[in-house]
Design a protein around this ligand. Structure first.
Ligand code: ATP
Ligand code: MG
Length: 137
């Protein structure tokens, strides 16, 4: 079954949004396959966001994602990669529709509450970056 990597970013954890975000995926019908609260080491942050290495906001991005604990998850289900992206909403919260996670909870593009893999390749890459096989059910 298809799997994706979803992460509540430090702003979401700090604002006590973990429960609401988990609940949305549960209610949708997806199955939780792994989860942990963790502090991301610098090297992992740089690897995770490797595709943005040349972007002007890369330093800020790594600094933010390592600024406090994140809640990392693997969710499983039919079409979960694309559906989770729809449930998250647009990257810029100002463009995210009400009813989406970023539309309901986000204000700025930097602190946009949640991360989700954007393709089957990135899902596989990110799940393996953040989880060992024995941490998944
Ligand atoms: P994510 O990868 O976090 O799920 P995304 O796939 O919607 O988000 P990306 O283009 O991969 O968006 O950008 C990764 C993250 O970098 C965004 O979530 C956002 O926090 C940050 N970001 C993107 N564009 C900008 C920008 N112009 N200025 C500051 N931060 C940005
Ligand atoms: Mg992305």
């Amino acid at each position: 079954m298809e799997k994706t990597f979803i992460m509540v970013k430090p702003d979401g954890v700090q604002r006590n949004l973990v429960g609401d975000i988990v609940s949305r995926f549960e209610k949708k019908g997806f199955k939780l396959a792994g989860a942990k609260l963790m502090q991301i080491p610098n090297a992992l942050a740089e690897e995770h966001y490797g595709e943005h290495k040349e972007k002007p906001f890369f330093g800020e991005l790594v600094e933010f994602i390592t600024s406090g604990p994140v809640f990392a998850m693997v969710w499983e289900g039919e079409n979960v990669i694309a559906t989770a992206r729809q449930m998250m909403g647009q990257t810029k919260p100002s463009e995210a529709m009400p009813g989406t996670i970023r539309g309901d909870f986000g204000l700025t593009v930097g602190k946009n509450v949640v991360h989700g893999s954007d393709s089957p390749d990135s899902a596989e890459r990110e799940i393996n970056l953040f989880f060992n096989q024995d941490e998944l059910v």
